[in-house]
Design a protein around this ligand. Structure first.
Ligand SMILES: Cc1cc2nc3c(=O)[nH]c(=O)nc-3n(C[C@H](O)[C@H](O)[C@H](O)COP(=O)(O)O)c2cc1C
Length: 345
């Protein structure tokens, strides 16, 4: 367990106080204009002893929104709002990355009165969570020019994050949102430079990585990936080759880390020959962040077995703002319950 509490050097720019990360957790508590609030600043500051906080997913532009009251990083007011969050975390000696998000086909015109855009015109079957009357629509397939604009908008949001005082950004390439929609065959039916082959299907993700890295430096960029489709889209045995290619390409680039996107890391995927974390470990050479139903104990065992390097903790950190102290002192944790999402404690 001691290892978890030792500092961890990510690169020449970033050394974390310990190997714990706060997993990104959408809380739907932003204020008018999707501006972060004082309450959010206090919520993150209470967890500043965690080695690296990843913010709740934060939309890069209005049509990236898929849930109510999720914060943004595209308006001057949002940047100002985030400044109070990053200042509060830094004042307590912590570090915080912004998770950059566009939900693609999981958006709804209700949020922005505009079209829903995605790699292909394939709807996700279902309704918007927390807004059950809103049925997901058939998106319009992005044009090549619109894809280029999206890449630029990701890069601008990353620059805005640095201006807002974040230590870096995590690109949300997981969980069936826009970037992930390009990476899986069930949501990407394109036959142009962004579809059909592993190289083409990886292109958008790599362009976003490269554009952001060029703007803020790869040392400050993390990437979250879900090679195993488990939410918001269906898996396909052909997806394996896409991730094989993507990870080979990422091995040739500078990134702070790759972070698995999953809720339960005991899940196995036929086309990955087992757990998604083990697949990432076998194919990605850089720092790997594990996640998904881990306790500090089971995380310590996984790190000792060299299955990953850092551990992200989600739900236990919602229930226990003082998670790290409790773990260190071997005190019991408050169990997480969904009802806790109603309040930022
Ligand atoms: C309420 C809630 C909100 C979440 N929001 C996000 C999010 O904004 N971005 C993301 O990548 N994952 C999100 N996740 C997934 C978590 O980051 C994490 O992968 C998951 O909770 C598994 O970790 P845990 O077992 O330690 O909770 C969310 C999970 C929960 C429970």
């Amino acid at each position: 367990m001691d290892t978890l509490f030792q500092p961890y050097r990510l690169n020449g720019t970033l050394t974390l106080a310990n190997r714990f990360m706060m997993a990104p957790l959408t809380r739907c508590m932003a204020g008018p204009g999707l501006v972060p609030t004082e309450q959010m600043a206090a919520y993150y500051a209470r967890r500043a002893d965690i080695g690296l906080i990843i913010s709740e997913a934060t939309i890069i532009r209005p049509d990236g929104q898929g849930y109510p009251n999720t914060p943004g990083l595209y308006s001057p007011e949002q940047v100002e709002g985030w400044k109070q969050v990053t200042a509060a975390v830094h004042a307590k000696g912590g570090k915080i990355f912004a998770q950059l998000w566009h939900v693609g086909r999981l958006s709804h015109p209700f949020f922005h009165q505009a079209e829903v855009l995605a790699p292909s015109a394939v709807a996700h079957d279902g309704t918007v969570p927390r807004m059950r009357e809103l049925v997901y629509q058939v998106p319009r397939a992005l044009t090549i020019a619109e894809i280029a604009q999206l890449v630029e908008d990701y890069a601008q949001a990353a620059a805005n994050a640095i201006e807002a005082g974040f230590d870096g950004v995590e690109i949300h390439g997981a969980n069936g949102y826009l970037i992930d929609q390009f990476l899986h065959h069930s949501s990407n039916l394109r036959d142009d430079a962004y579809g059909a082959t592993p190289e083409n299907m990886s292109r958008f993700a790599l362009e976003v990585v490269d554009a952001i890295s060029a703007r803020i430096g790869g040392d400050r960029v993390g990437l979250r990936l879900s090679p195993g489709a488990y939410v918001h889209l269906a898996g396909d045995a052909r997806d394996r080759a896409v991730f094989d290619y993507l990870l080979t390409e990422l091995n040739g680039r500078t990134l702070a880390y790759v972070h698995l996107g999953i809720f339960d890391d005991s899940l196995t995927f036929d086309y990955l020959d087992g757990r998604a974390s083990d697949y990432l470990r076998a194919h990605y050479d850089g720092h790997l962040v594990g996640v998904g139903n881990y306790s500090a104990q089971s995380a310590a065992e996984a790190i000792k077995a060299d299955r990953f390097d850092l551990i992200a903790i989600g739900r236990p950190l919602i229930a226990n703002p003082d998670y790290l102290t409790r773990v260190k002192q071997a005190e019991p944790l408050v169990p997480y319950a969904d009802t806790m999402l109603a309040e930022l404690i």
